[in-house]
Write a protein that binds this ligand. Structure first.
Ligand code: NAD
Length: 252
């Protein structure tokens, strides 16, 4: 069977690490030309090199998704280089420190997390959708979390990921008849650098693993497969969906 992403142009924010890196590689293996965006230049270039090593095509764009000027120039680079944008994974994100319940959370942490995880996703979608409207369609996947559906004591992160689900549904409704599908992935706890502070001792790791009926952490590749599928024509009737990729976390 031909690859679903053959000749498509796929943009991945936060493509220098973890889930974004795995998704950039998965898109490249599936035949897409990949734009890796990250604020971390070294890691972003390393992902491009890994794609080149498997004979894939990729470019790197330095971008902070919380800055309008960076997001605009990121989309301009995609269009200047490839002429269109078929698939976008708005994945860049951060997490607040472990002890950050609502009343204890410093305002600057709230603003930073919301600025990247929620406003950043909105900014990327705004300029991606403007391009997709011009070209007559496209597919977007936003990075939410199981904490976009269920609560947790990390207040800003939980709020941002719930916001991403709402924003995803809103945009899906606005553009459903314009050929643009908008979905979200809601991963459980995935073994990436973002999770390191939360699994720094074996008791903490066991507590987190126990939240997942499958009995382990997820891998970045397991999330990547879902994103590539949601962006593919195989998912042509799927929009406004928040897809759990969570080892059963949300089924409990
Ligand atoms: N790891 C998990 O358990 C988990 C679970 C659910 C959801 N997620 C979400 O998945 C996404 C990716 O997380 P990950 O686990 O791969 O983390 P990660 O830390 O491994 O990778 C995040 C990447 O985003 C980049 N980034 C951060 N802020 C940025 C900004 N302002 N502009 C551009 N790039 C920026 C980082 O440089 C890094 O390369 C995040 O949105 C995260 O909230 C992760």
């Amino acid at each position: 069977m031909a690859e679903q992403s053959e000749n498509k142009i796929a943009l991945i924010t936060g493509g220098g690490s973890g889930i974004g890196k795995a998704t950039a590689l998965a898109f490249a293996r599936d035949g897409a030309k990949v734009v890796v965006a990250d604020k971390d230049i070294q890691n972003g270039l390393a992902t491009v090199a890994m794609i080149n090593d498997i004979n894939g095509e990729a470019i790197f764009v330095e971008a902070d998704v919380a800055r309008t000027s960076d997001v605009k120039s990121m989309i301009n680079t995609v269009i200047d280089t490839y002429g269109r944008l078929d698939c976008a994974f708005n994945n860049a994100g951060i997490v607040d420190p472990a002890d950050s319940s609502a009343a204890e959370l410093p305002e600057e942490v709230w603003n930073k997390v919301i600025g990247i995880n929620l406003t950043g996703v909105w900014l990327c979608m705004k300029y991606e959708i403007q391009q997709m409207l011009k070209q007559g369609g496209g597919a977007i996947v936003n990075s939410s979390s199981v904490l976009g559906i269920a609560g947790a004591t990390i207040a800003a992160y939980t709020a941002s990921k719930h916001g991403v689900v709402g924003l995803t549904k809103s945009a899906a409704l606005s553009y459903a008849q314009k050929g643009i599908r908008v979905n979200a992935v809601c991963p459980g706890f995935i073994d990436t650098p973002l999770l390191n502070p939360y699994i720094d001792d074996s008791d903490a790791k066991a507590t987190i693993v126990a939240l997942h009926p499958i009995g382990r952490l997820g891998t970045p590749e397991e999330v990547a497969e879902s994103v590539v599928w949601l962006c593919s024509d195989a998912a042509s009737f799927v929009t406004g969906h928040a897809m759990a990729v969570d080892g059963g976390y949300l089924a409990q």
